[in-house]
Design a protein around this ligand. Structure first.
Ligand code: SF4
Length: 330
């Protein structure tokens, strides 16, 4: 399923604020998205998932500051593009065209006084100025069909569509210029479970048809197990486990991943008790020493409150990695 890398993130650090008052929101993030892959990013609120999406797309606003690391986009042909080095103008051309984003609450961000037609064709007008009006309308119709909405809804205003339809329009907009990478930050959270799954099934089908790659961010790991190829779990601004979706489901290695899996009902297989995770995620201003999860971890032992465990694979195992002293004895 997975091909060559299309997006690589190495050693990414993000702070909120500067100087002695700065808090570390992301620490040493290494992540690779491969061509045609759905990479799921899971974790509780405040784990850094959305900060990562904003940093990668250069949409982080002050006091957020990228303090280190690299993000590269790898086109089909040609040299890798250093996303953190692009000028504002280069970024404008890059976004939507190569990489598009659907953010949390995006379905409410459609302009209420413009029709779907006007909003879809606006993206095309801005990025494909040579396209004629009739071509733009034909493309807008095609995009609506792609996401399973009848073409006659093109004349509708957002309030005339259901929440699920509005979200599909946002996905259509994100796909308008056929980007290679689509980043989706909790795009279906406001929808009911049935609608969430319908939209995700459609997204996976579109990915197969059009060949783009997806970073899908959610706190609901059960969705990721079902729809992603690989999953990275975040806690306290770091990635604490990364593995294939099936591996995480069958054999989570990090106690936090295990806790997340036991916080949502299983979709298949025998019923299991929902135990959740005791306590709350750490605040960025008061990050525990050592493994940030240790105050909540039922398996914590002496080394856990000392050094931060590094994210690494077991000897000879290149497919998955975990940051936990249980797996990397000190
Ligand atoms: Fe638990 Fe220690 Fe592993 Fe952290 S390093 S997850 S505290 S066992």
């Amino acid at each position: 399923m997975t091909g060559r890398p299309v997006l690589t993130i190495s050693g990414l650090h993000v702070d909120y604020g500067t100087g002695s008052g700065a808090v570390h929101a992301l620490r040493d993030i290494d992540l690779t998205l491969h061509r045609g892959e759905v990479l799921g990013l899971a974790g509780e609120s405040g784990s850094g998932k959305s900060t990562l999406a904003y940093a990668v797309t250069r949409l982080l606003s002050p006091p957020g500051v990228i303090t280190g690391g690299d993000v590269h986009y790898h086109p089909h042909d040609g040299e890798p593009v250093d996303l953190l080095g692009l000028t504002a103008e280069q970024l404008r051309a890059f976004r939507w065209q190569e990489l598009s984003i659907v953010f949390q609450g995006a379905m409410n961000s459609l302009n209420p006084v413009h029709t779907v037609h006007s909003q879809l064709t606006d993206v095309l007008r801005a990025h494909r100025p040579r396209m004629k009006g009739a071509e733009r309308t034909a493309r807008a119709e095609e995009l609506l069909s792609l996401v399973g909405i009848s073409r006659d809804r093109l004349v509708a205003y957002p309030h005339q569509l259901s929440g699920g339809m509005r979200q599909r329009v946002m996905i259509a907009m994100a796909l308008a210029l056929e980007p290679e990478v689509v980043i989706m930050d909790e795009p279906t959270t406001a929808l009911d479970v049935v609608m969430q799954r319908q939209i995700l099934r459609q997204l996976v089908r579109l990915r197969e048809e059009l060949g783009f790659s997806v970073v899908f961010i959610t706190h609901d790991i059960s969705l990721l197990i079902e729809f992603s190829d690989r999953i990275a779990i975040m806690y306290g601004g770091r990635i604490v486990e990364e593995a294939g979706a099936a591996e995480i489901y069958r054999d989570p290695r990090h106690p936090y991943s295990e806790g997340l899996l036991h916080s949502f009902p299983a979709l298949h297989g025998p019923r299991r008790e929902l135990t959740g995770i005791p306590g709350s995620p750490p605040h960025l201003t008061a990050m525990p020493a050592g493994c940030a999860f240790h105050p909540r971890c039922g398996k914590a032992f002496a080394p856990c409150s000392g050094e931060v465990p590094v994210l690494a694979g077991r000897a000879g195992d290149t497919t998955r990695s975990v940051a936990c002293w249980l797996h990397h004895p000190a």
